[in-house]
Design a protein around this ligand. Structure first.
Ligand code: FES
Length: 115
């Protein structure tokens, strides 16, 4: 049996075991709360209007942890979330989702009104 990947885990319980005259311990690990979450953080309960430029790509933060909202700054590391790529086809104002609950991510669909 290979080593256990313990990243993001912390020991929660220890069980002493015995096999004949040999004694040992079994450690039980549990993932830390918030290390991985299914729920993104609400950055703000409103969209972010952004003037996009045709031909440019934008990386929308889906985890809500970025300090460069509405765009990804790499803070999603260890959250299980990844950014969404948005390719601008024309110059226009785009309303990027701020609550991270939009059904049309990365764009706002009004979901923040129900939070
Ligand atoms: S920082 Fe939120 S998806 Fe990258």
């Amino acid at each position: 049996m290979g080593p256990v990947d313990q990243e993001g885990l912390s020991p929660k319980a220890t069980l002493q075991v015995a096999f004949g005259d040999k004694k040992g311990y079994v450690l039980f690990y549990a993932r830390e709360e918030n290390a991985m979450s299914d729920t993104p953080k609400i950055a703000q309960k409103a969209p972010y209007p952004v003037e996009v430029t045709a031909g440019k790509s934008y990386f929308w933060c889906s985890c809500g942890q970025s300090s460069n909202q509405p765009f990804c700054d790499g803070s999603h590391k260890d959250t299980g979330f990844t950014p969404f790529k948005y390719d601008a086809e024309t110059d226009k104002t785009v309303y990027f989702c701020g609550c991270k609950a939009s059904g049309k991510a990365p764009l706002c669909d009004g979901a923040h009104n129900k939070l």
